[in-house]
Design a protein around this ligand. Structure first.
Ligand code: ADP
Ligand code: MG
Length: 292
């Protein structure tokens, strides 16, 4: 493409709410055959809600919720906000927190009212030496409903299985249909467990899934989608997405996402959802066609 045609293309893009931070991205997008999407905050609103809390024998619902919510007041994870909001809706008062410790991609631990309280993924419980198999059936069912199961431990005992669900953005199903109509393969990368990821992928008609991906594993997950030299675009919003946005053949950041993601991206979607991806790809195809 000539510089002028790229300028026209990127100018039109700006009107459509797509900001090309790098002019080359307009051409690179045309060669993309796989669009990989981060789940949380990209496909979904990134604002999960607490849907279930099933206490283990010997524990009570509100007692567990109050302890766990107290720990989560110290975390900035969207799951933490969901848990704190649920506790405040029930009018629970939260005790003071000591010695908070977060393990990214796993969970959080702190001391609350003299109790050691941990909350996080099944792999976090395993790391703490706890056996989650008593809740396996419950977690499986929650996953099949597209909810994300996590666990609470109190003083070294498994205290509850908890589920959060992150609503899918209203614009997501239509955007995925449009990507398919453009002949693209759609993939999803998520830290969520496999059952939850599979349920969401099935619901949205997503072709390929990389689940249980740790925060530093997104680049490796992305590379797996480069089968037979396929060019891969990645769409993300979070701090954890920055390396994958930089690694992708084209990185597209959700405009309402974190600054770190936007800095790492080639393209910024100003509308804050996936519709911008369709505009960007359609435009790249039209612009390149024009100058041939
Ligand atoms: P995702 O963006 O998919 O949630 P993360 O890497 O941030 O991925 O977290 C992976 C998993 O670790 C979460 O799904 C959750 O099970 C657990 N986790 C992380 N932080 C917290 C937290 N503050 N409270 C509860 N669980 C957490
Ligand atoms: Mg995200």
């Amino acid at each position: 493409a000539t510089p002028t045609s790229i300028m026209v293309g990127t100018g039109r893009a700006a009107e459509l709410g797509v900001l090309f931070r790098k002019g080359e991205a307009l051409q690179a997008l045309r060669d993309v055959s796989v669009v990989a999407l981060d789940k949380t905050g990209t496909l979904t609103k990134g604002r999960p809600e607490l849907t279930d809390l099933v206490p283990a024998d010997g524990f009570e619902h509100d007692q567990v919720l109050a302890l766990v919510a107290a720990v989560e007041t110290r975390s900035e994870h969207p799951i933490a906000e969901a848990i704190v909001a649920a506790a405040s809706q029930r009018g629970l008062s939260l005790a003071a927190v000591d010695g908070f410790d977060a393990t990214p991609g796993f969970g959080v631990t702190a001391t609350v009212a003299g109790h050691t309280v941990s909350v996080g993924a099944d792999r976090f419980m395993t790391r703490l030496g706890l056996d989650v198999s008593a809740f396996r059936a419950a977690a499986q069912r929650l996953g099949e409903e597209g909810k994300s199961p996590l666990y609470a431990a109190i003083d070294g005992r498994l205290a509850a299985v908890i589920a959060v669900a992150d609503p899918i953005r209203e614009t997501t199903p239509e955007a995925i249909r449009a990507l398919h109509a453009l002949g693209l393969k759609v993939a999803m990368i998520t830290g969520d467990n496999a059952a939850t990821a599979a349920a969401i992928a099935r619901q949205l008609g997503i072709d390929e899934v990389a689940a249980e991906v740790l925060p530093d594993g997104k680049v490796a997950a992305l590379k797996k989608f480069r089968v037979n030299g396929a060019r891969v675009a990645f769409v993300g919003d979070g701090i954890n997405d920055a390396p994958a946005l930089a690694e992708a053949d084209v990185g597209l950041a959700i405009g309402t996402g974190t600054d770190v993601a936007i800095e790492a991206a080639d393209v910024v979607l100003m509308a804050g959802d996936l519709r911008g991806v369709i505009n960007a790809i359609a435009l790249s195809q039209a612009t390149i066609a024009n100058i041939k």
